[in-house]
Design a protein around this ligand. Structure first.
Ligand code: ADP
Ligand code: ASP
Ligand code: MG
Length: 406
């Protein structure tokens, strides 16, 4: 007997038939003698609809009320899945975040889970009752509903698996595992049998939305055995594991991209000590994370150009803040640009292999794609390019690193 958490994403519960399919899958695990807890997302499209309703009424709304609205999508699914399980003769009950309780901090809209009391759920599971838990939501210190950020049901599932000391957390979704690139963009992408926590963390934070970044952090910290697999096909998925479980280490395991980027170039900035601090200090005070930074060498030692990137949603605010500094710091021109993406290659094999960046730059040059900025870490190389070349770049890199399926 194993204790399992089974999480089903939006597409997997997107219709009555699909909910019945979920119930049948859960029933099979229960009949195999396992203790099962289920975590569900809202039906596909529902969270977007709810977010949009808030925006239509007031674009700058109260985040606590936003949470009240958007958490309702998951509530509906917990009830429907419980009904579907009962209809198949499986005992089940729904749990909202506040009922478990899943305690979070008070960062409404992007709250973090702080503590989960799994005792009542364990009692139910031991009595053969399947808990069906709302993903994406918890309860804040103010006793109000809090949500975990988009894609947060993954994090609910992994956190619950840790709290219940589950043997595995299975994330059922609309693809049958983690691929070498988003299979919707790269037809030749290959499914990985295993991927390391570290690689999955980089891929998620660099744009692969198959798992929410925080869920991978959580899985890594609590060593939760996590599997990504299909809700529709009966196939083994991808296991996220420790590095020592992977025999053959690839130099690059995956290629990914993030469209949530924007860049600012300051042309003709004075090249003297204190300028960078003067520019980035106020941005950091405003909670704006600057990611890539490129400063040109000035020819005359007096003026230079400075380019940096941030989340696309922060661009307008960043420009506003910078404009206030213009008098004291001085530059010839400020050029904002939203039409950029960050494309990254990730792999633990990079640690012991030189030349990855070179292969990457060469592959992009062959397609005439200009690189606007570069960052590297131990297991990834990222480049910023024009958004017009996203798919071309991802495919070219996938081929260049030998990842294409036969
Ligand atoms: P769910 O609603 O089940 O949470 P998501 O839409 O959040 O599903 O995540 C699954 C999607 O992630 C896939 O449909 C796929 O397009 C996308 N994706 C991006 N990168 C990858 C990758 N490397 N491997 C698999 N899927 C990926
Ligand atoms: N329903 C939420 C979203 O669409 C959470 C999730 O699906 O993980 O972002
Ligand atoms: Mg998701």
């Amino acid at each position: 007997m194993a204790r399992l958490v089974m999480k089903f994403g939006g597409t997997s519960v997107g219709s009555v038939d699909r909910i019945k399919n979920v119930a049948a899958k859960v029933k099979r695990e229960v009949e195999a003698g396992n203790q099962v807890a289920v975590v569900v997302s809202a039906m596909s499209g529902e969270t977007n609809r709810l977010v949009d309703l808030c925006r239509q009424i007031d674009p700058v709304h109260d985040q606590r009320e936003y949470d009240t609205v958007v958490a309702s999508g998951e509530q509906v699914t917990t009830g429907l899945v419980s009904i579907a399980l009962q209809a198949l003769g499986v005992k089940a009950r729904s749990w909202q975040g506040w009922q478990v309780p899943i305690r979070t901090n008070d960062m409404h809209g992007k709250a973090r889970i702080e503590e989960i009391d799994g005792s009542a759920m364990i009692r139910d599971m031991e009595a053969g009752i399947v808990p069906v838990v709302a993903g994406f939501q918890g309860v804040g210190p103010n006793q109000r509903i809090a949500t975990l950020g988009r894609g947060g049901s993954d994090t609910s599932a992994v956190a619950l698996a840790a709290a219940l000391k589950a043997d595995r957390c299975d994330i059922y979704t609309d693809v049958d595992g983690v691929y070498t690139a988003d299979p919707r963009i790269v037809k030749k992408a290959r499914k990985l049998d295993k991927i390391t926590y570290e690689e999955m963390l980089e891929l998620a934070s660099l744009g692969a939305k198959v798992l929410q970044t925080r869920s991978v952090e959580m899985a890594m910290n609590h060593r939760v055995r996590t599997q990504v697999l299909s809700s529709f096909a009966d196939l083994p998925g991808t296991l996220v594991v420790d590095e020592d479980e992977i025999v053959e280490k690839q130099i690059v395991s995956g290629v990914t991209y993030s469209a949530d980027e924007a860049k600012v170039t300051l042309i003709g900035v004075a090249d003297r000590p204190g300028i960078a601090a003067g520019i980035f200090g106020p941005l950091s005070d405003a909670g704006i994370n600057v990611d890539m930074i490129v400063q040109n060498i000035s020819e005359d030692g007096k003026k230079t150009d400075l380019t940096f990137t941030m989340g696309r949603g922060d661009l307008d605010r960043a420009v506003q803040i910078l404009e206030k500094q213009e008098k004291s710091l001085g530059w010839a021109k400020l050029v904002p640009d939203r039409n950029v993406v960050k494309v990254s290659v990730v792999g633990v094999g990079m640690r012991s292999h030189a030349g990855v960046a070179h292969i990457m730059f060469k592959a992009l040059a062959e397609k005439n794609i200009n690189i606007l900025a570069i960052t590297t870490s131990e297991i990834k190389v990222s480049v910023l390019i024009s958004a017009d070349y996203t798919e071309l770049a991802v495919r070219a890199l996938h081929t260049a690193f030998g990842l294409d399926a036969e």
